[in-house]
Structure formats: C-alpha cells, structure tokens
Design a protein around this ligand. Sequence first.
Ligand code: BJW
Ligand code: ZN
Length: 245
Amino acid sequence: MSHPAPSPRLVALLRERTPLLVLTGAGVSRESGIATFREAGGLWEGVDPAEVATPEAFARDPRRVWCFYDARRRQGAQASPNPAHRAIASLEETGRPFLLATQNVDGLHERAGSRAMVRLHGSLWRVRCTGCGDEWEDDRPAIDPLPPACACGAILRPAVVWFGEALPQQAFAQAQAMARRASLCLVVGTSAVVYPAAALPEAALAAGAYVVEINPEPTPLSPFASEVLAGPAGEILPALLEAAA
Ligand code: BJW
Ligand code: ZN
C-alpha cells in the first residue's frame, strides 16, 4: 500500500540538528500485536476504563485490576519492537537534541534501544507498594498470587498512572520543556485525547514547532497539525527516515 509522501519541509527538518520531540501512544505498538485502548478490539472494548484505570477501581477490587495488568504483561512479554520503535530509536542517534515522550507502558521503546526518553504513564514492568511507597522493577511475565504483597504487608500496585493521578513530575517537565524548544514534533499513534500528554503537541505548536501526526485515523489534533501522514507507524516512519537519509 502506498502512503502520503512527506513534504520537502518535513524532510528538511528531519535533516536539521535542531531539537526534536517525539510523542508516542499505543498505536506505535499496534504492529507488535499489542492492542490499543480505544479502538474496536482494543483493551477497553467492553470494559469501562473507570473499572480498571482509576485508583478507586483498584481500591474496590485490586485482584480484578491486577488480572487486567497481568494479561497485559503476558502479551507484552511475547511482543517484540517493530520498525516504528526502531526508527524512533535511530532518530536519537543523529546527535541532535532529542526526547521521546511515551504514554506507553509496554517497554518496547526501551527494548528497541531508545534511551533519551521519558515515560509519562509509568511502566507495566514496575510495581509500587500501596503501603510504604517503595517502587521497583518486576519483569515477571505473570504474577502469582494476585494481588501481590510487599514485605511490609501492604499490597502492591502496577506503577502506572491512572486517571486522576499526577504524571511523574520530572518526566512531564522534561517533555514540556522539549515541547517549548523543539522545531519538529512527531506525534505517533495516539488518539490525543488524554491530558496532560495531549497538551504537549499543543504547546509545541504554540511555540512555533512543525507538528507532524502519524496515525491511520484522524484525531482531535489532526486539524491543527502542520502535516498529517495517514498510515501505520511501522511503514510511515522507516519511509520517512529513508527520505531524509
Ligand atoms: C496507529 C496504528 C498504527 C492504530 N500506527 N497509529 C483536561 C481536559 C479534560 C480532561 C482532563 C484534562 N486534564 C486532565 C484530565 C483528566 C484525564 C483525561 O485526560 N481525561 C480525558 C480522557 C477526558 N487525565 C488524567 O486523569 C491524567 N492525570 C491528571 O490530569 O492528573 C491531574 C493531577 C494533578 C496533580 C495531582 C493529581 C492529579 C492521567 C492520565 C493517565 C492515563 N492513563 C492511561 C492508563 C495507563 C496505564 C495503562 O496502560 O493501563 O494511559 S489511560 C490510557 O490512555 C493510557 C494511554 O497511555 C492513554 C492514551 O491512549 P493512547 O496511547 O492515545 O491510545 P488510544 O487507544 O487512545 O489510541 C491509539 C491510536 O493509535 C489511535 O488513534 C489509532 O488510530 C492509532 N493507531 N494503529 C499508528 N499501526
Ligand atoms: Zn511496602
């Protein structure tokens, strides 16, 4: 299938050494076989997000919420980074000021080699104690029994950001600072409806950046984007890199 060609302006901006911000969402992992949230067949089809992605839901029924995350761990453990993750990792190798801000918790960017990155919504592979607050890495593909407990006796929770919770302050501040100074901002595979992440491309636009959306479907950002490349990230991004090589 052929996709829209990048504009000469975009190709030129990719070749520059000016700051670049990449914001990603679940769509970037779609071609790795990981379900998105809001699409048909997605993680939340038939599920009320308020039942699994809020602190209240966890307080009500931690085991139910853990079952949802445990299924995601099993899926994540079997998945591999796709050409979109690899293309994004190679963008940071150009040596220009670069930041990847991901909303994803699956760890595939890290596995593709991304290092200059912040995780806005936490990690599927970390747990945090609801009692003593300790947080650590736990990469078991399945946890048994559920819910797991801390040595202090309190139950553990996935170290992800649920609705109504604050984003990790430093991660968001870093992303915001890059949004304000970037000359180019790529927004890849996100429905751009969840704030404050969705405010990053808005801030980049307001500061004069060229904002490019890469997504097969239109989003609320599309009408405001400087350029929209409609198609799967795993095809569009490698083609973009090749055009700028
Ligand atoms: C492809 C593709 C392919 C398919 N290639 N693309 C302002 C206005 C209104 C509301 C708010 C506001 N500010 C805050 C809020 C409240 C709320 C919010 O935004 N609500 C809106 C939904 C209405 N925000 C919050 O509560 C946030 N916290 C907060 O604001 O705290 C304030 C505070 C301050 C101080 C103290 C205390 C509080 C927290 C938001 C946390 C979001 N958490 C989740 C769950 C994380 C854990 C987990 O993974 O389970 O994050 S929700 C879920 O949505 C997840 C995602 O990261 C996030 C975004 O979803 P994403 O990635 O965009 O996925 P989809 O499925 O929506 O879209 C996929 C896209 O891919 C689609 O467009 C496809 O077309 C595309 N695609 N295949 C490229 N091959
Ligand atoms: Zn504890």
